[in-house]
Ligand binder design. Structure first.
Ligand SMILES: [Ca+2]
Ligand SMILES: [Ca+2]
Ligand SMILES: [Ca+2]
Ligand SMILES: [Ca+2]
Length: 655
């Protein structure tokens, strides 16, 4: 499916006419939703039957069965109150001193609430009598007329779905609806900016005031782009990110269509600043160049003070990212160093990304969140890629209703992991608005740990979870563990051995792992050194060098296990001796290289020798430890020119 995978990962659209025709239906359904929320919230899905263990009566106007609040006039004595109650068979449950002569009464079974209200109100000593009405935490339901089509926010059974199989957005919006001070970047086909910004995105699309109000043809604020009022276009090389395809306008709306504005749909964040960078053309294709320039733009603006917390990246595979790209990897790593998450769609090939690496989602970088698509019954969408070691979690991606630019100011259903990812990128923005003290590590870990465990995601994603916005905002004591590397089909050479181990936002502590065969035990650390890319992110790592092909088992100290099969070349070195003072010599003995290949030997980042493997791929080379080497442990690395698998050992410098 490379042809399709090449494009932004959205699938069949039911567009235009459908969206328009559905508006009338949407309005009447929206009205139903509003009524339900006023009347005790209780959607048909989850009727409230008890409150504090007491039964509820009264239908829509819910009240506690068998109890009444009655306030007697100020000059009525307690004994008189008791006599009146007794005459009606009622007893006092509670008297309140903040409202004088107000009593909560328990009624006899024979008296229902309307009859009791009438009976008490007939008494001249009574000021008022009323049911003990039931209240409920406010569900923050927006007034956008097509909100009811967005099953991902609130699943009431739309399109044959299962009520409740949603990200609990309505509960999340009780806590925060976002903030325009938080920004999310969008690398996609652009956002409708012509003839005007999409009406349901307008308030949330970045408005670069110096350019919007500036001099045409002049780079008013000096960011290197002329007239970049709403963003840039790195595929056509201009400063208008207008969407000539539709995909980007859709993903933008899922992240941040304006909520509660009486128009269309709502995004995960009702209020957020969306920074569009058009990286993909009018056929849905982009290049590594167009991607890297967009990432650079985001980074530059973060440095200028725009609080970009994440980008959304709903693309992958051919044409622009078929293979591993070191430059794109480096650019995404740069985002991490600037505190920007990189949320990526897992791909639409129904494939296992652990077995068939899919880039960019497979880049093993701590700021990458890979997102699979779920449907409205919390199953994996049939097209969605997955990967126990490579795909972080699931999010709604089947029949997602959002803004669309064909026709302008339109709305459409689209399906794809492209549609799932912006749920997550939008949540990063919402979480940041809710708790601005979170950095990229806390945001990511809360997104992962806050999800709901779903059978459909277990065994095929790192977390086994489907995104839940409310869960992320209220996460408490949720441990998540998942091995990340090596992948099941591993290469030789020195490589990371790493796992995610978190408790909600925080790292959950170190682990050891014992590798068999061999029985070597490694301590995994989260210190940002050597194999561990970032400190304090809850990813714990060590370096591992398989010295023989075969299947290895990794037994973690928390009881979890994982395995990998190593095939192909397994270059492996050891040092004799492995310690000594600066200026001393050691012999590098190695095997598993390609026959007769040139091998470069480095001490830390410095080349200290070259040699040539013999006809069976073995080396033996005497090296001299640099005179200025500091006391402590240093890496000695041997890399074959053709096999290109760096192989490491450690030398301890003594003094
Ligand atoms: Ca400019
Ligand atoms: Ca200008
Ligand atoms: Ca709206
Ligand atoms: Ca780490």
């Amino acid at each position: 499916m490379h042809g399709i995978a090449a494009k932004p990962q959205g699938m069949a659209a039911r567009r235009g006419g459908f969206g328009r025709r559905s508006t009338a239906v949407a309005l009447s359904l929206a009205a139903t939703v509003v009524v339900a929320s006023v009347l005790s919230t209780a959607s048909a899905a989850s009727p409230i039957r008890t409150v504090g263990g007491r039964p509820i009566a009264g239908g829509a106007h819910a009240y506690v069965a068998g109890q009444l609040l009655v306030r007697f006039k100020g000059d009525v004595s307690g004994s008189a109150i008791d006599r009146m109650n007794a005459s009606l068979g009622a007893t006092t449950v509670r008297a309140y001193h903040i409202v004088p002569n107000l009593r909560l009464l328990q009624l006899p079974r024979s008296l229902d609430i309307p009859a009791a209200v009438a009976a008490f109100q007939r008494l001249p000593e009574v000021m008022y009598a009323e049911p003990d009405f039931v209240s409920h935490i406010d569900d923050t339901t927006p007034n956008d007329p097509s909100f009811n089509l967005q099953w991902g926010w609130k699943n009431t059974g739309q399109l044959g779905g299962t009520p409740g199989d949603d990200v609990d957005a309505v509960k999340a919006w009780d806590l925060s609806t976002g903030s325009s001070t938080v920004a999310v970047g969008l690398l996609d086909t652009g956002v409708q900016t012509q003839p005007h910004v999409h009406t349901d995105l307008a308030a949330n699309v970045w408005n670069n005031a110096p350019e919007c109000n500036g001099v045409p043809g002049v780079d008013d604020e000096g960011d290197g782009y002329v007239d970049d009022c709403h963003g840039i276009d790195t595929i056509n090389h201009d400063s208008d990110p207008d969407d000539d395809f539709g995909h980007g306008t859709h993903t933008a709306g899922t992240m941040g269509a304006v909520g509660n504005n009486g128009i269309g749909v709502t995004g995960m964040s009702w209020h957020v600043t969306i920074v569009p960078c058009k990286s993909h053309d009018n056929t849905g294709n982009g290049t590594n160049d167009s991607l890297i320039e967009c990432l650079q733009f985001m980074q530059d603006w973060k440095d200028r003070g725009l609080n970009i917390v994440s980008t959304n990246n709903s693309y992958g595979g051919c044409l622009e990212a078929c293979d591993y790209s070191q430059s794109l990897y480096d650019a995404i790593k740069g985002q991490m160093q600037h505190g920007i998450l990189y949320v990526a769609s897992a791909g639409n090939d129904s494939a296992n990304n652990d077995i068939t690496p899919k880039y960019p989602t497979n880049y093993c970088l701590p700021n990458v969140i890979g997102v699979a698509a779920t449907d409205n019954n919390d199953s994996r969408a049939g097209f969605s890629n997955y990967g126990l070691h490579t795909v972080s979690l699931g999010a709604p991606g089947q029949s997602v209703y959002s803004t669309y630019s064909n026709p302008d100011d339109g709305f459409a259903y689209l399906s794809g992991t492209s549609m799932a990812a912006p749920h997550v990128a939008g949540l990063a923005g919402l979480l940041e608005a809710f708790n601005p003290s979170l950095d990229w590590r806390g945001l990511k870990n809360l997104i992962l740990a806050g999800g709901e465990v779903k059978p459909s995601m277990q065994g095929i994603t790192v977390t086994g979870r489907r995104m839940n916005a409310y869960g992320s905002m209220t996460c408490s004591n949720v441990p998540v563990f998942g091995p990340l590397r090596p992948l099941p089909n591993a290469t030789g050479g020195t490589q990371p051995l790493s796992a995610l181990n978190i408790m909600c936002a925080a790292p959950a502590g170190g682990l050891t792992v014992t590798v068999t065969p061999g029985g070597t035990t490694f301590t995994l650390t989260d210190n940002g050194k050597n194999a561990d890319i970032a400190a304090g992110d809850g990813i714990y790592s060590a370096s591992w060098t398989p010295c023989a092909t075969g299947t290895y088992t990794f037994s973690y100290s928390n009881g979890s296990t994982d395995s990998a099969t190593v095939t192909g070349l397994v270059p492996c070195i050891r040092l004799q001796p492995s310690s000594g003072p600066p200026g001393s010599t050691a012999t590098v003995k190695g095997r598993g290289f390609s026959p007769n290949e040139s091998v470069t030997i480095m001490f830390d980042a410095r080349v200290i020798g070259t040699t040539t493997a013999n006809g069976t791929g073995s080396i033996s080379k005497v090296i001299t430890i640099p005179g200025g080497a500091t006391r402590g442990t240093h890496a000695v690395t041997a890399t074959g020119a053709t096999s290109n698998l760096p192989t490491q050992s450690r030398f301890k410098v003594t003094t």
